[in-house]
Design a protein around this ligand. Sequence first.
Ligand SMILES: [Zn+2]
Ligand SMILES: [Zn+2]
Length: 141
Amino acid sequence: MKDEMTLFQNHVSEKGLKRSVKRDRILHAFLKAKRHLSVQDLSDLVQSKYPEIGYTTVYRAMKLIVSSGLAEKVDFDDGVKRFERKVGREYHSHFICTSCGHHFEVFDKSIERLSQKLCKENTFQPQKHRLEIFGLCKRCH
Ligand SMILES: [Zn+2]
Ligand SMILES: [Zn+2]
């Protein structure tokens, strides 16, 4: 997590911004959470410990976290923008239940290997790839 904090600080100063304790707390909470968070989720999480940090501050910090490359947006087709940690995470797929919204991650290297093989065969330089499967979970079908 220390490397990620450093990467973020470099990004912040490149943007000509000053380091802020509030922003550091938000990043720390995001990195520690280990799940997909919307800005609202993150804001609730941060406010449970630091009630003085408002939603707008969290919103702006999240934008910076994404532009620094530490997080990326995940879209589960339910109108909620969520973010997940990007650095230091293994390749994984998302399974999303379209009925109850339950979602989980599956780690399987064979999908990643297949994608690499297909890219190679088609002389394609991949930037990102993730398998997202929408359907019904155990409880809903
Ligand atoms: Zn379900
Ligand atoms: Zn994920």
